[in-house]
Structure formats: C-alpha cells, structure tokens
Design a protein around this ligand. Structure first.
Ligand code: GH3
Ligand code: MG
Ligand code: MG
Ligand code: MG
Length: 325
C-alpha cells in the first residue's frame, strides 16, 4: 500500500512542485559568460524568476554543472580563448550533465556554429542583442520541458516498480518471479550454474486470521517478509508466491546450503512471537519449508518448483514447523 500510495503521489505530484513546474519559475540557472557586463545583464533579467549563478571559465562551468543541480545552462559561444561550442558538446555528453538543457548565446555571424550546436543536441539558442523577454521565455520553456520529462520518468519508474512488486509485503510478485526463473533456464551462461529454491508456507495461517482478524493476518505477512529478507542475501530473489506462500531463489547454491538457509529462516520465525496491532498482540507463528535444487535434467523452472512443493507437502504432513529438502 505504501508503495502504491507513493507511486500515486508522484503521479499526482506535490501541488507546489507541480505549480512551479507549470510556470517554469524558481529554477537553478547557470550562466557561462566571461564578459562581465553581458553576464550581469543576463543575471539581472533571470534573477527575477530564478536562482542564478555566473561563471566565466569553461573549467568552472564543467565543475559547477557536474556538482550542481541546474535546470538550465546558458553558454556564450565566444568565450576568451575557448570555443563555447566545445563546452556545449561536453555538457551534452557527460553522464552527470546530459539531462540539463543547454542554451547557446550566439552572435549573428555564428550561424554555422549554431547549426552544429543543434546537431550536438543543444536545446536552444539566443542571438545577440538578446531581448530580455525572449531570454526569460526561452529559459522558462527549457525549465518546463526538463521538469516535465523528469516527472514523466519518475512516474514511469513507479509504474514499473508496481508491476513487479507485491503491494502488501513489498516483496517481488509472482510475475517477477516467473520471469526471473524463466531467465535462469534461458540464458546459456546461467543454465549451467547451481540454483536452489525455497517454498515457504505459514502454518495454520487460516486460524491466525480467524483468531486475530484479517488485518492482523496482513501484519503477520509483512513481518514474515521482513524476517525472510533479513536472512537472505542481496542476490537472492524473494517473492510472494501466493497468499501466505513465499518463494526464495538462492543462486549459486546447492541443496545442502539451501537447506541451511531454510533452517535459519524457520528458526527466526519460530524464535520470536510476531507483534501486531501496535504491539498489543503477540502471535506465535511457524513456517514449513520445502527446498529443491536444480537437477541437470531440468529444462524448465516448473520441475524444480514441483519438487519444492512436494517437499513442502511432506513438511506439513510430518507435523509442520520444519524443513524438508
Ligand atoms: P497450512 O498449515 O496447511 O498451510 O494451513 P493454512 O491455514 O495456512 O492453509 P490454507 O492454505 O488453507 O490457508 C491460507 C489462508 O491464507 C487462507 C487465506 O484466507 C489466507 N490469506 C491469503 N492471502 C491473505 C492475505 O493477503 N491476507 C490475509 N490476512 N490472509 C490471507
Ligand atoms: Mg498456503
Ligand atoms: Mg495450505
Ligand atoms: Mg499455510
């Protein structure tokens, strides 16, 4: 739910940020201009709407652009002893500055360089003498464009996260697990490597719901996920497989090591009762775990899952709260 509401928030947006993005005001603007009077005129015009910083040398410009969080950079094409176009090209190609719009400040005889700049991906240009209103308008357009593409990227990312994440536990979801497992059997480099899988199922979870309510059951599931994650490595994939079932994929691991991981998880679930309803209720929870490793003859993840499921069934039959491998 938290993930979902976070995604919603970034899509709907913070109203203040949205308003600023719409007007294109209050941006951080970097001006690269070594003629003092020209630099002052530009700063005065833009300073009404934005936070402006001025530098005179291309070295300072690169340093500030890499370190700072600028929404737009204005570059004079005729810097002393330096081709401003080269600076534009560097700004466009460096990872740290690539997403910042660049506007060239050119002289009327600079047509050829303006064309080359546009070819390099420079976003816009202004020809001297620079009209104040046009300057303000063009900077604003670039700021809006940058903010829009930034928020678009964030909301696309949020939707992608949602598509592979379980809303209740924050674990990966079944869809993610399925494609991850499929990858282990497709990629030639991965086919040869050992991999094992744990299938975990909370014991008598129905009765936890019945005794303490569905919301308490949800809290148990979240804590269950947290404890599993605490006992696994970064490269292990932990996914919610079904209601109260979780799959852990342990790459580069054989059956014995996987059994030890499972035993450690089982122990950590049993050892400390789950606190729910703001600490007012403590619930004893246990888990049964089936473990399986990839066999040389396996050609699809379903076979390994089926063996883990069978092992889980045996763990339940044998009295629950145990690991069968
Ligand atoms: P066993 O030891 O055999 O696994 O018994 P069990 O009660 O855990 O097994 P069963 O599969 O019969 O019950 C699982 C229950 O999990 C039933 C379902 O209502 C509950 N459940 C599934 N998803 C959720 C959920 O998201 N939240 C809560 N609170 N309960 C869920
Ligand atoms: Mg179940
Ligand atoms: Mg069951
Ligand atoms: Mg169960």
């Amino acid at each position: 739910d938290e993930l979902r509401s976070r995604a919603m928030a970034s899509r709907v947006g913070d109203p203040l940020a949205a308003a600023a993005a719409e007007t294109g005001h209050n941006a951080n603007v970097l001006i690269v201009e070594d003629r003092r009077s020209a630099a002052e005129r530009l700063a005065a015009a833009l300073g009404q709407y934005h936070c402006v910083e001025t530098v005179a040398s291309p070295q300072d410009a690169l340093e500030r652009a890499k370190a700072g969080d600028f929404d737009v950079v204005l570059v004079s094409l005729d810097l002393q002893d330096y081709d401003g176009l080269r600076l534009c090209s560097q700004l466009r190609s460096l990872d740290r500055t690539r997403s910042v719009p660049v506007v060239m400040l050119a002289d009327p005889q600079d047509r050829a360089r303006i064309m080359r700049g546009l070819d390099l991906g420079v976003h816009d240009y202004l020809v001297r003498p620079i009209d104040r209103n046009e300057l303000v308008a063009r900077v604003r357009t670039q700021v809006k464009r940058k903010r829009f593409s930034h928020s678009l990227r964030e909301s696309v990312q949020a939707s992608m996260d949602l598509a592979v994440t379980d809303g209740l536990t924050g674990l990966h979801n079944r869809r993610y697990l399925d494609s991850y497992l499929a990858g282990l059997f497709c990629e030639p480099s991965l086919r040869e490597r050992p991999v094992a899988l744990l299938l975990l199922d909370i014991d008598r979870f129905k009765s936890i719901n019945d005794r303490f309510g569905h919301d308490a059951g949800d809290e148990v599931l979240k804590e269950f996920a947290t404890r599993i994650r605490a006992q696994t490595r970064g490269i292990d994939v932990v996914a919610r497989y079904g209601g109260e079932e979780v799959v852990v994929v342990v790459p580069d691991t054989g059956l014995d090591a996987a059994r030890q991981v499972a035993e450690r998880i089982r122990e950590r679930i049993e050892a400390v009762p789950f606190q729910v309803q703001r600490g007012t209720t403590a619930i004893d929870v246990t888990v049964s775990i089936g473990v399986a490793a990839r066999q040389p003859e396996d050609d699809a993840p379903g076979q390994m899952l089926k063996r883990a499921d069978l092992a889980l069934y045996q763990a339940k039959q044998a009295g629950r709260n145990r690991v069968v491998a």
